[in-house]
Design a protein around this ligand. Structure first.
Ligand code: SF4
Ligand code: SF4
Length: 365
């Protein structure tokens, strides 16, 4: 496993890091902590979690693994987050995370999930940013960082304000156009970059039509997609959410040994995506804010299948059989086109336009 400097923090983090959001069975804490430890044994040293992940159990599971990693010795870094706007609430969340994670300080603490420049303004005006910096000065946080779903240009604007030592952002072989400028800004400023959703929210390993990402020397499109992310200048580490030991082994193999993708391969992947796909839903669920109760992320995820497979059989099949939505037209008839879901979308998907398209598809026989 290769390790890379995380910005100017002096910390060397593994190129593949562990994302603690996909534990498959939170009732079995010991087995789930075993997944964390398997990654540790493979050279992974950056472990990312958050309050709320996995029915609020992820920090507890990672904290259990932390006790064992401490016992075994060796460097490791813990990353967690607060999405609160008010300073007092950030402090309460931080103190709870410290207890759950069994550490005296959080190595990388995120101002979590900044969705828009208005949201960013609130994090400052209501005290979240000041509280994170204060906690760092007190030694409860080692490095203050941010995670965001802003587009690349806005990420650059936020980072230039100088509050943070690094950024966590979504980036992959299938959404590279939207965040590239943010990675470039971080690189220019000497900041670390952790990439979330490097496998496109699980789409890349699943869909045969994304198989063009796979390079001939790799065992799977997933490995090539991780190499794509890790070969992007400025990226420090790719956070992979693994649910099985096999997924951990596959992810680690992308960086052990690490063979960067050459420019010709990078360009080939980009051309393939640009030629074939529009913006894809990564199923992050941030658009789940509909006042009419419309199951919008299910709709948008099913729309991926229309984009990927090219006909509406798959769209309708996914909605009916995967998501169990029988009356799609009835559900969408309630949509007022208010745009709230679209404003929250981390991938800047034109949701309202896609709603219109789904309605049309269901009107025609
Ligand atoms: S645009 Fe439609 S689906 Fe989206 S939040 Fe508004 S009513 Fe709900
Ligand atoms: S539509 Fe956007 S916000 Fe909603 S789940 Fe998909 S990517 Fe996430």
């Amino acid at each position: 496993m290769i390790h890379r400097e995380y910005g100017r923090t002096g910390k060397r983090v593994s190129a593949i890091s562990f994302g603690g959001m996909r534990f498959p069975n939170v009732a079995d804490e010991e087995a789930m902590a075993g997944l964390v430890l398997r990654a540790f044994e493979k050279g992974v040293n950056y472990f990312d979690t958050a309050p709320g992940y996995n029915q609020d159990k992820s920090e507890i599971i990672v904290g259990r693994a932390v006790l064992e990693m401490k016992r075994r010795g060796g460097a490791f870094f813990v990353s967690t987050k607060s999405g609160e706007e008010e300073g007092g609430k950030v402090r309460a969340e931080l103190e709870r995370s410290l207890r759950r994670l069994n550490v005296e300080a959080i190595d990388f603490y995120h101002c979590w999930c900044v969705m828009s420049m208005e949201d960013w303004a609130l994090r400052k005006s209501k005290g979240a940013v000041a509280e994170i910096r204060k906690a760092r000065d007190e030694g409860l946080i080692r490095h203050a960082v941010i995670s965001t779903h802003l587009d690349g240009e806005d990420i650059g604007r936020v980072l230039e304000e100088g509050h943070f030592e690094g950024v966590t952002l979504g980036y992959s072989a299938i959404n590279f156009p939207y965040r590239g400028a943010g990675i470039e800004a971080a690189r220019r400023l000497g900041l670390g970059v952790a990439v979330m959703n490097p496998l496109g929210g699980g789409l890349i390993p699943k869909h045969a039509r994304l198989g063009f990402i796979r390079r001939p020397e790799d065992p799977s499109a997933a490995v090539s997609a991780l190499r794509f992310v890790l070969s992007t200048p400025g990226v420090t580490t790719a956070l992979v959410g693994c649910s099985t030991p096999e997924q951990i082994d596959e992810a680690v193999s992308a960086a052990d040994p690490f063979r960067p993708l050459g420019e010709a391969d990078m360009a080939d992947v980009r051309r393939g995506v640009e030629a074939q796909f529009d913006k894809l839903c990564t199923l992050c669920c941030y658009c789940d804010v509909c006042p009419e109760g419309i199951p919008i992320y299910q709709m948008m995820n099913a729309f991926n299948h229309l984009l990927l497979e090219g006909d509406d059989k798959n769209l309708k099949g996914q909605l009916k059989w995967h998501w169990g939505i029988e009356d799609v037209s009835g559900a969408l008839a309630k949509c007022t086109r208010c745009g709230r879901c679209q404003a929250e979308c981390t991938q800047h998907i034109p949701i309202v336009e896609r709603i219109e398209e789904i309605v049309r598809r269901y009107q025609s026989p």
